[in-house]
Design a protein around this ligand. Structure first.
Ligand code: IFM
Length: 451
């Protein structure tokens, strides 16, 4: 059985974070309000009323965080750029102080031997754009391309590859269909234009990046979908779920078409929001690598009540994270081999842009943070990644979620995903046992496999 030390030569090791989850400083240097500032301030939206106003205070403490990354020995740091720092109201000239923050960070990362891999949109839309309809408004896609140009013009001389969007599926479903995340809309299937307009924004931004000679990626949250039983009704439900969760965001970009969503009563033009030529704009620029965020598989059964064409079933007899998510490392291999089988030569190289788990970590009296469950989780998933590579999937890198414990959206500070423990009262950073484990793994892999 291949294991993590068999990952290919040139494999790039990394960590991921996102702006609203770590930066804080929401009112500083001209940053405008984002949908998360507004949503989190509304009573009852986020556990314990937590907000991202301070979180890890990375906006001020980034030199310490870069030093932690340098000691870890990573190749890649996947961060995100906060659109409201660059364009406080979502349009118009770029805010020099916002650009300067990322400029300093990029220079410090490069000096530490780390390549920045920025995501342009990780859910913190400027509130002013939400006031005009957010991603339900087609115009937001064009605004996104303008913002992309401003950031790429400033940093593109030093940053070779860019991720346009983070998890457009989750943003559509949690933000626009169910209202669990900002902007808190509860539109159910009427949320689909938010998917299409994000994808259109991806395509337009990708063209902007391409014009500047930069590499383009997207970070999709993908899941292998397993029918609950071999009953054909469960299989049909699984096919419908796969179309919505996965294929909507991969068929469009890789094949230039949307999957069949007729099980949802949807026409090919997603109820009228897709205009002629849109799919060519979405797929046209292509991808240099597909970013995959993997956490767990999904088990799907036939619906038990009218409404959606599926129901989610429990995955039984597996360990669970503190969040309650099932731990199924082989699901990563299954997902990647499935993508390769589905898309063949059209599948670009894969980078895992997120993978990790929440654990109820605590600093022990001796100052250590033992997190054996996280080490087991990471080891299992990296072995599964090596198994996918051995089956011929072109895997180029892995960024674990996350460097730091941080603001876990509607769960506030209750879920700790970091390799580094953060005391949110004092901002003290304490590397966990998994940090040392990951550092040693990177060093060992590098020493065994010539770069
Ligand atoms: O914290 C999130 C991240 O912002 C997007 N992907 C999943 C992570 C864990 O829930």
């Amino acid at each position: 059985m291949p294991n993590r030390l068999d990952l290919p030569a040139g494999f790039r090791w990394g960590v991921s974070t996102a702006a609203y989850q770590i930066e804080g400083a929401v009112d500083e240097d001209g940053r405008g309000p984002s949908i998360w500032d507004v949503f989190a301030a509304r009573p009852g939206t986020v556990r314990d009323g937590d907000t991202g106003a301070v979180t890890c205070d990375h906006y001020h403490r980034w030199p310490e965080d870069v030093a932690l990354m340098q000691d870890l020995g990573i190749d890649t740091y996947r961060l995100s750029v906060a659109w409201p720092r660059i364009q406080p109201h979502g349009t118009g000239p770029a805010n020099p102080a916002g650009l300067a923050f990322y400029d300093r960070l990029v220079d410090a990362l490069l000096a530490a031997g780390i390549t920045p891999l920025p995501t342009l949109f990780h859910w913190d839309l400027p509130q002013a754009l939400e006031d005009d309809g957010g991603w339900l408004n087609r115009d937001t896609a064009y605004r996104f391309a303008e913002y992309t140009a401003a950031v790429a013009d400033r940093l593109g001389d030093r940053v070779p590859a860019w991720i346009t969007l983070n998890e457009p599926f989750v943003h559509m479903v949690y933000g626009y269909a169910l209202g669990i995340h900002a902007p808190g809309r509860t539109l159910m299937l009427d949320a689909l234009p938010a998917a299409h307009h994000q994808l259109l924004g991806h395509g337009l931004a990708a063209a902007v990046l391409r014009e500047r000679g930069l590499d383009v990626m997207i970070a999709n949250n993908l899941t292998p979908v397993r029918p609950a039983t071999d009953d054909p009704a469960d299989a049909a439900a699984a096919t419908a779920y796969d179309a919505l969760h996965n294929r909507l965001f991969t068929d469009s970009i890789l094949l230039g078409r949307y999957p069949d969503l007729s099980a949802y009563g949807m026409t090919e033009d997603l109820g009228g929001c897709v205009r002629p030529g849109d799919l060519a704009l979405i797929a046209g620029p292509g991808l240099d690598a597909l970013g995959v965020n993997y956490y767990n598989p999904t088990r799907i059964a036939a619906p038990t009540e009218p409404g959606l064409p599926f129901t989610e079933a429990e995955i039984e007899d597996v360990p669970r994270t503190a969040f309650g998510w099932p731990v199924v490392p082989d699901g990563l291999r299954e997902l990647l081999v499935g993508l390769r089988d589905r898309y063949g030569a059209t599948l670009p190289p894969i980078t895992i842009t997120e993978n990790g788990c929440s654990v109820a970590d605590e600093v022990h009296p001796d100052g250590t943070v033992p997190d054996p469950d996280r080490i087991t989780y990471l080891a299992g998933h990296l072995d599964a990644l090596a198994a996918a590579a051995a089956e011929g999937v072109d895997v180029r890198g892995y960024c674990t979620w996350s460097l730091l414990d941080n603001y876990e959206w509607a769960e506030g500070f209750s879920q700790r995903f970091g390799l580094v423990h953060v005391d949110f009262a004092t901002q003290k950073r304490t590397p966990k046992a998994s940090y040392g484990w990951y550092r040693d793994l990177i060093a060992t892999h590098r020493s065994q496999i010539p770069r």
